[in-house]
Write a protein that binds this ligand. Structure first.
Ligand code: AMP
Length: 279
């Protein structure tokens, strides 16, 4: 496995790859089973696997956790090596963003909803860095987790609109045994918060039960979800949204591809989770 920091070194590696299929997994590091599922699928579907580890400053708001975001490079490299990664790209922020960088990539519409509504500028930061990474790595396929459902939709839209020549592959959410969606930010939770955090998965399961039992009223399901979360003293809702899974528009009736998405503060930590149902 090669580990490089320079953009030119990635280009050198890719240029020598003789047009083999390249699977690309962009991450912010502090790797866990969710990231490893992306790497595993990329490994199965491509000759070469490139992993990026970059805590991207431009996707964090001024009051968010950029400085504290967990980092453990040595462990990440060991996990990447064991996962069969061929190249790790871990650029320095000042190399990715020159002082005079004046270009941002902005997807409109979709990014005004859900996480985009609570995290101003977040998706612009994501789209800008992902475009740069796509231009540097020039992958055949890029792998993203369904845990960040809106992110996948936004990236797919960007790829279509800007004619990036690659396939976006979505990988299902990887969970802890008790159902909590795995996230680097779970590290912030103390024991009481870790237990409280289960309310995200449990409430999504409750919503699924209601739908399985024939409930089709989105507002009614949303109320059951919200009440269940509000009953947990350590939880505070950022949003509970039941929307069309294709365009994130609010819906009244459960039909077609439906996304139930949550963002909930557990103590100081903002967690997200979601469930897709096809009715
Ligand atoms: P991050 O390092 O948090 O930016 O995540 C990098 C990629 O891993 C993104 O595409 C995430 O959606 C994906 N990811 C993070 N957690 C999970 C998970 N529990 N299951 C599946 N994919 C995940």
């Amino acid at each position: 496995m090669e580990v490089v920091k320079e953009i030119s070194e990635v280009r050198g590696f890719i240029n020598q790859s003789e047009e083999q299929a390249v699977g690309f997994v962009p991450t912010m590091g502090y790797l866990h089973q969710g990231h490893l599922a992306l790497i595993e699928q990329a490994r199965e579907e491509n000759e070469l696997v490139v992993l990026s580890i970059f805590v991207n400053p431009t996707q964090f708001g001024p009051d968010e956790d950029y400085e504290e975001y967990p980092r453990d490079l040595e462990r990440d490299l060991e996990l990447a090596r064991n996962g069969g990664v061929d190249l790790v790209f871990m650029p320095d922020a000042d190399k990715m963003y020159k002082n005079n960088a004046a270009t941002k990539v902005e997807v409109t519409g979709l990014t005004g909803k859900l996480c985009g509504a609570s995290r101003a500028g977040h998706f612009s930061g994501v789209c800008t860095v992902v475009s740069k990474l796509f231009n540097i790595v020039n992958p055949t396929r890029a792998y993203f987790g369904q845990k960040d459902y809106q992110q996948v939709l936004v990236i797919k839209r960007m790829v279509e609109d800007l004619n990036f020549d690659l396939e976006i592959v979505t990988v299902p959410i990887v969970r802890e045994e008790d159902g909590l969606a795995i996230s680097s930010r779970n590290k912030y939770l103390n024991q009481a918060e870790r237990e409280a955090a289960l309310v995200l998965f449990d409430s999504l399961q409750r919503a699924k039960e209601l739908i399985d039992n024939g409930e089709r009223n989105a507002k009614a399901i949303g109320e059951v979800l919200s009440n269940k979360i509000e009953a947990e003293p350590l939880a505070e809702i950022d949003y509970v949204s039941i929307v069309d899974g294709n365009n994130l528009e609010k819906i009244d009736q459960i039909s077609g591809r439906v996304l139930i998405a949550l963002a909930v503060y557990i103590g100081e930590t903002r967690l997200i989770d979601n469930l897709v149902v096809e009715v």
